[in-house]
Structure formats: C-alpha cells, structure tokens
Design a protein. Structure first.
Length: 509
C-alpha cells in the first residue's frame, strides 16, 4: 500500500550498526518503523551497517534479531533470523550487509568524482588535528577547510603516486555547493533550512576503502527503494548533507521523519552510562515483551485518545507519523512498572506460572517438586501487586521454604498484644487447624468464617490473632492476607507444614 503523502509504495528500513546490545532508543525507533510500515502494509527491511570495522561486536546481529523477534518485530527483507536461529538474507536488493557491498560504493563514488561532486583529500591526520585546534581557539566551527578541493588533475595524480608508494590511500570528500541553501522537509519537525556554506565537506570514502555512513546510507536507501527514512533526532544535522548527495546523483530523496530524543527523568539525554538501557536488561527483569512494546510506543507518540493499553495490532491500526511529538520523551520507569503490571494481571495463572518458572529456578527453586495447582495459587496471590517477574522469587520465597523461616519474636507480637497472649493464641490456632476439615483449609473464604468465629468465641481481637498467624506462616511483614496464605500453604505443602510453622513461631516466644 502507498503512503498518501507521496503515493509511493511504503518501504522502510532499520539500519543498525552491530556494535553491541539493542539500546532502548534504537528499539523505539525501530518500533516506529515497524508500526508505520505495517500500518501502510509496506515492506520492512533490515540492513546491517558495518562499515566501521573497528567497532564490530561478534554475535551482535544475531542478538539484535533475537531480541527484536522476542518483541514481535520481524523483517520482510534483509537479514532474517530463520527458524534454526541462523541469519539469512532475503530480497532482491541484497546482500544487505554493507561490508559486502564495497564494489557498489566504489562504482557510485566514481560517478561523483566524475561530475566533480566529490574529490580526493590527501590531508594527514596531524594537519586535520592542528586545523581543528586553530578553529576551536578562534571559536570557529570545526570543519574541513577544503584544502584539497581545488587541486589540479596533475596535483591529484602526483599525490596519488606518493600515497601509493607509501602504502596509503586518500579519502574522498563530498564537494558541498558553496552557495545557496538546502531545505529539508521533515514529517515530524517540519521545514528546516541550512546555508550550504556552513556545511562540512564530509568524508564519503575512508582511507581503508570503506564508505562512511553518510555515503553508504544514501546509496543503499536509493538502491533499496526506501520511501521513508525514520530515524532518531540526532541525525537531523546530517540530513542536509544527505539531501545534497541525492541531488548530486540526480536522485529523488526519500521522505525523512526524525523521532524525538528519549530523556532521563531529569530531562538529560538518555545515556548508556545511566542505568540499564538495553532491551535485554528490561526483559531479564521480567518486563513482558508486549508491555515493553506498548511502553516504547508512547515514547514520543500520542494516540490522541484516553486509551493507554494497546495490543500490537491496535498500535498498527492507530500509528501514524502525524501523532509523533517533537519534544523529547521521558523514560518513566514508574509508568513502565504500571503498564507491565496491567499486562501481568491480564495473564492467566497458568501462563504466568510458565513465565515465572525461569525466575524461580534461577533463585534455586526446583519448580518440578511442586504441583501446577500450587504454583498457580501462588501467582494468583501475588499478581495483583507484581510489577515485574524478577520480583516474584523474593515475594514468594516463603511458599517454597520447608526448612524453617526466620521469625523475629518482636515482630511476631501484635502491637496491641504481648508475648504471653500471642503464645496462647498460636496454640489455640494449632488446635483449631488440627481438627479443621480439608475442604475448609483449602478455602480462604471458609477459613475466614471459622477463624473469625474462633476469635469471637474466645473474645479476642482480630489483630492479636491474624497478625501472628500471617507472620508465622510467611516470616514477612508484608504479604497476602492470612486466610489466603494459610489455604495456599495447605494446598501445596500440607497441614503438617502449616502446623510446623505455627510451632516454630510458638518456640521463639
């Protein structure tokens, strides 16, 4: 399907560098690409931009594809993670890895050299460093001074011979037009104008023969027929240079849409140095993929409705670039916790148990020793207050402890009671539970009836009985209610464990 703004088939791309983990900012931008493409029933392409060979991380591409697939984001062309977990390339414009396309860039840079839109630069790094120091000292923009731009053909040939003899290669720079202005029309930020005179003669081909991002991205987006370039706001300053490269080739540029920055709560730019910002970190903490997708969609996008919980399909139906904000989006983990808790509560107990098992097992719980009914009863008690799955082992540890809890006698005694009365009340509870039918012990509602009847019969107050009961069974000051805890422990560990825990509490008084 076509985007109504330009009547061209929608083709988008995600073009990361394989230099590490998937940053939450990159994932958000990729999500917007994905939602936009699916909204217009277009084609979504993954292109691996690995021209900076010094920063490559082995396995980064596989990891990125795995993480995005976990989030429900997949590609139609380019690098695809197949069912066997291996990378393969699909589509007619491949290969989709830039390091495998060097001959293509070599051909296209020659076209720019031929039409004088590019030139060889022989300046040493020492000269460039000195030039930069001088410009900074004079408070001038740090940019290339075009020293090699007007060398004659004879001078270029002579310099090339010198470089070749020394085993070196010159770089190739773009010849920015010296007059006029370049206009960039952005689908989010609107029209932006740049004076060509202040734009740098960017390096297009490095001395190692690899293209820079600025050159390869233009060539590849054109050849792969990309209709919309959706990327982060930090790329706005580069866009006029890219537009000029398109013009130098006589090509039509795609439409640009730059996504707002993601900010820390203090409104500073989100940095890799400030806490966990990798998508994997969020997943490991027990944030559900669908919650992360929903949360990231709101980092810069506003559906203009009161609705906050969206399925992926609903996001696809509602998403459009017109609803993307210009202002930075704050990474609000409080909001993420709330959103994740809503998705957790919507899970069935059986689903939640399967999701929770890896976290319990990592905490040393042999989940195979316990019945599914018991595990489901545990998550039923905790799901209402659970923010992320990684918190579950700590919240539920007492349900799996059969070797004795740490009971503090001072905490065990209700604030309006004393040790003697608490001791007596726990003994009475033991007597009560010893003769209570199984069907009652299995039911929080029935337990509440008999225990409160017991309290009334002995003219006790609720706190002096229910507080030590709950604390004796959990060893925690905060936990679900005493009737729910009693019934759940009875279900999974039996009457004997309930009695043992009461006896342990009695013994510390």
């Amino acid at each position: 399907m076509t985007d109504s703004s330009n009547n061209k088939p929608v083709r988008t791309r995600f073009a990361p560098s394989p230099t590490g983990y998937v940053h939450i900012g990159n994932a958000r931008t990729e999500l917007f690409n994905f939602l936009f493409t699916r909204h217009y029933k277009g084609v979504h392409v993954l292109r691996v931009e690995d021209t900076d060979q010094s920063r490559l991380v082995e396995g980064a591409v596989e990891n990125m594809l795995k993480v995005l697939k976990t989030l429900g984001i997949e590609f139609d062309e380019g690098a695809i993670l197949n069912d066997a977990g291996h990378i393969e390339e699909r589509g007619e414009f491949g290969p989709y890895t830039q390091s495998a396309r060097l001959d293509i860039y070599k051909d296209y840079i020659q076209k720019l050299l031929n039409n004088k839109s590019a030139y060889y630069c022989f300046c040493t790094q020492e000269r460039l460093d000195e030039l930069r120091k001088e410009q900074i000292a004079l408070k001038q923009p740090a940019m290339y001074d075009r020293h090699c731009r007007n060398l004659s053909a004879e001078e270029v040939a002579s310099k090339q011979d010198e470089f070749k003899a020394a085993g070196k290669s010159p770089v190739v720079r773009f010849a920015i037009p010296l007059e006029g202005e370049t206009v960039v029309t952005d689908l989010v930020f609107g029209e932006m104008k740049y004076q060509n005179a202040v734009l740098d003669d960017q390096v297009l081909i490095k001395s190692d023969g690899f293209p820079t991002y600025h050159f390869a991205v233009v060539v590849d987006d054109h050849l792969m027929e990309i209709s919309h370039v959706i990327r982060g706001e930090e790329w706005i300053p580069s866009t006029p240079k890219h537009v000029l490269i398109y013009k130098a080739f006589g090509w039509e540029a795609p439409q640009f849409a730059h996504m707002p920055l993601i900010l820390n709560p203090d409104k500073s730019k989100l940095s890799k140095r400030q806490g966990d910002v990798a998508v994997e970190d969020f997943l490991k903490k027990g944030y559900l993929p669908e919650a992360l997708i929903n949360f990231m969609a709101f980092l810069g996008w506003n559906p203009k409705t009161e609705q906050e919980i969206f399925s992926e399909q609903e996001l696809i139906e509602h998403f459009d670039l017109e609803k993307v904000n210009k202002s930075g989006a704050v990474l609000d983990t409080v909001k993420l916790d709330w959103m994740n808790s809503e998705y957790i509560k919507a899970k069935s107990n059986a689903e939640l148990v399967e999701l929770a098992k890896p976290y319990w097992q990592a905490a040393g719980v042999d989940t195979e020793k316990f019945s599914s009914a018991y595990l489901e009863a545990i998550v039923e008690l905790e799901k209402a207050r659970l923010k992320k799955l990684a918190d579950l082992p700590e919240l539920t540890k007492y349900f799996f402890n059969t070797t004795g809890l740490q009971i503090d006698p001072e905490i065990l005694v209700w604030k309006k009671s004393n040790a003697k009365d608490t001791h007596q009340n726990l003994l009475l509870l033991q007597d009560l539970f010893r003769i209570t039918d199984d069907d009652v012990m299995n039911s929080p509602e029935k337990l509440e009836v008999i225990v409160k009847g017991f309290i009334a019969e002995h003219e006790l107050d609720n706190g002096s009985v229910l507080w030590p009961l709950r604390y004796a069974l959990t060893g925690e000051e905060k936990s679900p209610g005493p009737f729910e805890v009693t019934a759940t422990i009875f279900l999974g560990l039996g009457r004997e464990e309930v009695m043992n825990r009461l006896q342990q509490a009695i013994s510390v008084l």
